[in-house]
Design a protein around this ligand. Structure first.
Ligand code: SAM
Length: 292
């Protein structure tokens, strides 16, 4: 099968199937062989690995993954791509394509059925419209995943890595840094995709921690606080927590807890480190519902 990592071959297969690119599914196909190599290198895949690919598209990255991995399971939402994948991946017997929505896919089950319950490596050129729910879903559900290497918008990659005091710092930064070490391994210009996205992209590697870098009594409580803090990031943290439905914290309680931690009572959430959020979560009497 022709290498899809060059524009001519990608255009040819799209024309052959009269495939109409769907913006609503975030379809930007990678057409640069060097970038595809870089992504697969960053994932450090060996013949022992079972890879979960999110959104294989026409199968360009899947081909590179299948060359190195023991097994590849690729979940694609667009059923119109399935006949194309059947052709482009016909030479690989270690690939299974599943038609479905990754946000509704049981990843524990894939690990169980395809990898004897062992953790998967996730590799993807992510659909940009749902990058955050996919990443947070993988991390917060404690899916059996040992590493995640994904192409995302450069701006999202920056949000994952940044700390307090920057405009990009937020709930995504804290959630990612609680579970994993984020690294940008490549910056990718729009010209490497068909169609071209409006912005630069970046390849990010997230290596999961065995133990989170901070200790909390209750993770749900920590993330409820973080969400409340950044839902109203212009407000002081005490006011944001006081206003957050379901948290059951008064402004006075929040101010007192901040004072105990040596923080000013009018501090904003965006100034707190992960360690400080964890200390606050351990200190506050929060009644946390799982749906907030
Ligand atoms: N991997 C291909 C590549 O690099 O050329 C395609 C990447 S494209 C940015 C994103 C792919 O994710 C598309 O094929 C799109 O149809 C698929 N997709 C979008 N939403 C999805 C979802 N919820 N579940 C699974 N796949 C999805």
């Amino acid at each position: 099968m022709a290498n899809l990592g060059i524009p001519h071959n990608t255009l040819e297969i799209l024309q052959k199937y009269d495939f109409k690119i769907k913006k609503k599914y975030g379809q930007n196909f990678l057409v640069d062989g060097n970038v595809l190599e870089k992504v697969v290198d960053a994932a450090r895949i060996t013949g022992e690995d079972c890879v979960l690919e999110i959104g294989p598209g026409i199968g360009s990255m899947t081909q590179y993954l299948a060359e190195r991995a023991g097994r590849v399971v690729a979940v694609e939402i667009d059923h119109n791509l399935i006949p194309i994948l059947n052709e482009t991946l016909s030479g690989y017997h270690n690939v299974k394509v599943q038609n479905g929505d990754i946000l509704k896919t049981d990843i524990h089950r894939i690990a169980e059925e395809e990898n004897g319950g062992n953790p998967l490596k996730v590799v993807a050129n992510l659909p940009y419209y749902i990058t955050t729910p996919i990443i947070l879903g993988l991390l917060e559900s404690h899916a059996p995943v040992e590493s995640i290497v994904v192409m995302v918008q450069k701006e999202v990659a920056d949000r994952m890595r940044t700390g307090p005091g920057t405009k990009q710092y937020g709930a995504l930064s804290l959630a990612v840094q609680y579970y994993a070490k984020p690294e940008i391994v490549a910056i990718v210009p729009p010209g490497c995709f068909i169609p071209r996205p409006d912005v630069e992209s970046a390849v990010v590697r997230l290596t999961g921690y065995r133990e989170p870098p901070v200790k909390v009594k209750d993770e749900k409580r920590l993330f409820a606080l973080i969400r409340a803090a950044f839902n109203q990031r212009r407000k002081t943290l005490a006011n944001a927590l006081n206003n957050a439905a379901g948290l059951g914290i008064s402004r006075e309680q929040a101010e007192k807890a901040l004072e105990c931690l040596g923080l000013p009572s009018n501090v904003r959430g965006e100034a707190l480190t992960l360690e400080q959020f964890a200390a606050l979560a351990n200190q506050l009497p929060v009644s946390v519902r799982s749906d907030i």
